[in-house]
Design a protein. Structure first.
Length: 350
């Protein structure tokens, strides 16, 4: 059996998102039914709606930075109760049997089910995301929101936050680490905040002059203009870790010389072939690495939320109504937001 829900959906790569009625499954014994209060707007939402990466299942209801309130729980769901404030991120199920799942990395499971444009492992129904009034999610993929954390600003933590947190943890960023963040957007501004709270020495790489004041407010100790050869030469060999958040094809070769010996540059923003090609010489001569990372597992995401709750870290946001989403997509392509749009789902009723 299914239940009718309301949201906004794209019906093809070239069409705007429009109001959409659709069916969600009736709750299973281990399910949590969530009234969605806020949903962040991620670059992945836009890319999926426009099928930039291929494989989008239409109609698609995007949204995987979901914060809401529990409406009800199944008989076997024990971790939550009606009224709890909860979150749902980029995945809503996995096989639970593979090596990745057993190590808490459900995000790398070959059968990982995305919050939208995916297929339920049990009934085969399509998954629909957070641009909607409610969602039904297996309890083990629901996250507890920390008490006292602003829910509107916390919504982007469910993707932007964990996308930055996971590589920070994997590459052991902490007190004394020399960390650089490339790009000051939805991901980059979270990297500055989290890196600073972890005790790292934080630098922002940017191609745009005039961002220094904002970068320092967000946690940067230093700002380097990557188009300035003198500034880049001054930080040669400086960084243990660089996290590159730029969401489009760009030359990463300019950043590799700024890595220290055994340093790592981690790509988190761009999916696709590198242009120009990566020059392996400085990698080999300096035991440097270029790596990639995507979101994080459920336990790691809860760890990130708890850390943000302790340090009162949220995203800098601009609130929009649901019917403003198409304009928000166009503004996002122009980097015309500081630093994340968040949809007020109460606007669906207006």
């Amino acid at each position: 059996m299914t239940q009718t829900s309301r949201g906004f959906a794209a019906h093809s790569p070239t069409e705007a998102l429009v109001p959409f009625g659709f069916e969600r499954r009736d709750p299973r014994p281990d399910d949590v039914v969530i009234e969605i209060l806020y949903c962040g707007v991620c670059h992945s939402d836009l890319h999926t709606a426009r099928n930039d990466w291929g494989g989008t299942v239409y109609p698609v209801v995007p949204g995987h930075e979901i914060v809401g309130r529990v409406v009800s729980v199944g008989a076997e769901a024990k971790r939550f109760k009606a009224g709890d404030q909860v979150g749902v991120g980029c995945l809503v199920d996995s096989c639970k049997q593979c090596a990745s799942c057993k190590h808490g990395h459900e995000n790398y499971c070959p059968k990982m089910v995305g919050t939208y444009s995916g297929k339920d492992l049990r009934d085969g129904l399509p998954t629909y995301g957070g641009y909607s009034d409610r969602i039904v999610v297996t309890e083990s993929f629901v996250l507890k929101m920390p008490d006292g954390l602003d829910l509107k600003g916390a919504a982007p933590l469910l993707c932007a936050g964990i996308t930055m947190w996971s590589p920070l943890m994997h590459w052991k960023v902490g007190p004394g680490t020399n960390l650089a963040i490339t790009g000051l957007g939805g991901l980059g501004h979270m990297g500055l905040k989290l890196g600073k709270a972890l005790g790292a020495n934080v630098t922002l790489f940017t191609r745009s002059p005039g961002k220094e004041d904002d970068a320092r407010r967000l946690g940067a100790d230093r700002v380097v203009l990557s188009s300035d050869a003198g500034q880049m030469k001054a930080v040669r060999g400086a960084f243990d870790v660089i996290i590159d958040t730029v969401p489009y094809v760009h030359d990463i070769n300019v950043y590799v010389p700024t890595l220290a010996t055994s340093g790592t540059l981690v790509l988190v923003g761009y999916l696709g072939p590198l242009e120009p090609a990566l020059n392996s010489v400085p990698l080999i001569l300096g035991r440097k690495a270029v790596a990639g990372s995507v979101i994080g597992g459920i336990a790691e995401t809860q760890e990130m939320l708890d850390f943000c709750g302790k340090h009162r870290i949220t995203s800098d946001i601009e609130m929009i109504a649901m019917n403003e989403i198409n304009g928000a997509y166009e503004r996002m392509l122009k980097s015309d937001v500081k630093y994340r749009f968040v949809i007020d789902l109460a606007s669906l009723g207006r």
